[in-house]
Design a binder for this molecule. Structure first.
Ligand code: TXA
Ligand code: MG
Length: 322
C-alpha cells in the first residue's frame, strides 16, 4: 500500500531520494520521477511495465524553465505556451543535452508541458529538477483520475500518492509537434484542436505510421478495461443481438430502458462534452469492476473535445461497430 496524502514536502522527499510517486494533474494522475536521474526514469518504466520505446513527457514548473530543456522554440510554440500553460498542452521540441535518451526513447526531441494543478505546481517549484510522468496506470490499462484508482492499480509498487482530488479534465493532454511553425497534432486530448487553431491558425494532423515520430501511446489498443468493450452508434440494437448476460451501458446523454442492462452510466445528461470527459475514465473503472460480461459504449458527438473522447473509446474497445 502506498501512503496517500496531500503533503508536498513528503512527495518532494521521496522524489529527491530517487523514488517514484504518483502526482495529480488536471488531466490524469501521473507516475513521477526525477527527469534528470536515469535510475528514477528506469523505475518509472518498470513500475508501469511500459516498453522502453515509448517516450515520457517532462513536466516543468513554468514556461520560464523551458529553455533549459529544449534547444529551439518556434514562435508559435512560445505563443501556445503563453496561452495554454499551465494546462493540457504537451509540445514536442528538440531536446537539450541534459535530457537523456532514456526519456525520449532515443529520439532527439522531448515532450514537455506545465501541468495545471496547484499541488503539483507547488511540488515542481520545490524541486531542483523537472519530473517525467506518464499516466499512472499499468501499461495499456485505463488512466487513473483519482488517488484511489492509482492505489488500486499501482499501490503495491510505489511508496506515495500525492492526493489532489479527482482530475478536473479527466482526459490526457493534447500532444503537438511542429513542422516549421505549423503545429502537428500527435494525440487528441483535453485541449480541443479548435482552441489551438484559434491562436495559431492552421494545424496539421499527424498521419499514423509517419516516419520520424514515435507516438507509442497512439497504439490502437490502449486505455482499455479488462471487460470486453463494444463501441457502437446504437447500443440498444447491439444489445438485442447479443446472447443473455450481464451487460453494462456507457452512453453520452441518453438514458435507455433499464430492463436490458445490469448497469448504466450516462456521461452527461445535459450533453456537455467537458462533463463527459471528466467522467469517462472514472466510468470505465466503475464498469470494469462491476463483474459484467461486456460493456457496450456509444460514441459521443465528434466535435471539439468529442474527438479526443471518441479516440479514447476506440482504443478502449475490443470491437468498434461503425
Ligand atoms: O495528460 C498527460 O499528458 C498525462 C499527465 C500525467 O501529464 N501524461 C501522459 O503521459 O498521458 P503518457 O506517457 O501516458 O503519454 C505520453 C505520450 C505517449 O504517447 C508518447 O509516445 C508521447 O507522449 N511522447 C512522448 N515523448 C514524445 C516525443 N519525443 N515524440 C513524440 N511523442 C512523444
Ligand atoms: Mg498513458
Amino acid at each position: 500500500m502506498a501512503q496517500i496524502s496531500s503533503d508536498i514536502t513528503s512527495a518532494a522527499e521521496w522524489l529527491k531520494n530517487g523514488d517514484v510517486v504518483a502526482i495529480p494533474t488536471e488531466t490524469v494522475y501521473g507516475l513521477a520521477g526525477n527527469a534528470l536521474d536515469k535510475a528514477a526514469i528506469g523505475r518509472v518504466f518498470d513500475v508501469k511495465k511500459r516498453p522502453r520505446q515509448n517516450p515520457l513527457i517532462v513536466h516543468l514548473a513554468g514556461i520560464d524553465r523551458l529553455e533549459e530543456f529544449v534547444t529551439h522554440i518556434p514562435n508559435n510554440a512560445r505563443l501556445l505556451a503563453q496561452h495554454f500553460w499551465p494546462g493540457p498542452l504537451t509540445m514536442v521540441l528538440p531536446k537539450s543535452d541534459c535530457i537523456s535518451m532514456s526519456v525520449t526513447a532515443g529520439q532527439d526531441t522531448v515532450a514537455v508541458r506545465v501541468p495545471d494543478h496547484p499541488l503539483t505546481l507547488g511540488l515542481l517549484a520545490a524541486l531542483p529538477f523537472p519530473l517525467v510522468a506518464p499516466s499512472a496506470n499499468p501499461y495499456g490499462y485505463i488512466s487513473p483520475t483519482t488517488a484511489e484508482h492509482v492505489e488500486r492499480q499501482l499501490g503495491e509498487h510505489i511508496p506515495f500518492i500525492l492526493d489532489g482530488g479527482p482530475c478536473k479534465k479527466g482526459i490526457e493532454s493534447t500532444i503537438i509537434g511542429f513542422n516549421g511553425e505549423t503545429p502537428v497534432i500527435y494525440r487528441a486530448g483535453s485541449l480541443p484542436v479548435s482552441a489551438i487553431e484559434a491562436v495559431v491558425g492552421h494545424v496539421e494532423h499527424h498521419k499514423p505510421g509517419q516516419k520520424g515520430v514515435i507516438t507509442a501511446g497512439m497504439s490502437a489498443s490502449h486505455y482499455a478495461p479488462r471487460t470486453p468493450l463494444y463501441l457502437t452508434q446504437a447500443a440498444a440494437t447491439l444489445r438485442l443481438s447479443m446472447p443473455d448476460g450481464r451487460y453494462g451501458l456507457l452512453s453520452f446523454r441518453q438514458q435507455h430502458d433499464i430492463s436490458g442492462w445490469a448497469q448504466q452510466i450516462v456521461l452527461s445528461p445535459t450533453g456537455n462534452l467537458e462533463e463527459a470527459g471528466s467522467r469517462l475514465y472514472e466510468s470505465l473503472h466503475t464498469l470494469d469492476e462491476a463483474g459484467l460480461d461486456a460493456i457496450i459504449a456509444e460514441f459521443v458527438p465528434n466535435t471539439g473535445l468529442g474527438e479526443a473522447l471518441n479516440d479514447r473509446l476506440r482504443r478502449a474497445a475490443l470491437h468498434v461497430l461503425e
